[in-house]
Design a protein around this ligand. Sequence first.
Ligand SMILES: [Zn+2]
Length: 91
Amino acid sequence: MLRHNMTCPECGNFTDTVTDPIGKPALLRPGSVMICLYCGHVSIVADTRGNVREPTTDESLEIHQDPLMRLVLACRKMVMERKKEKPHGKG
Ligand SMILES: [Zn+2]
């Protein structure tokens, strides 16, 4: 089983929770796409030890053309912009 304690290669934040974009139990495996909710960086799970790698050019194109991935990235961006506007979580 793949451990869920990974570090984002972009921002260095520790990721110990994994969620499927539509709320189903997440099954990470090599090749899974990981989106860091701290910084929005997109990585690919490289192996069963929890290492991640940068997506290839083809993978990056596929990810950014996938409607669900586009929705997840847009939602993340919207939430982060709201946090900047209301840093104390009010409203
Ligand atoms: Zn990050």
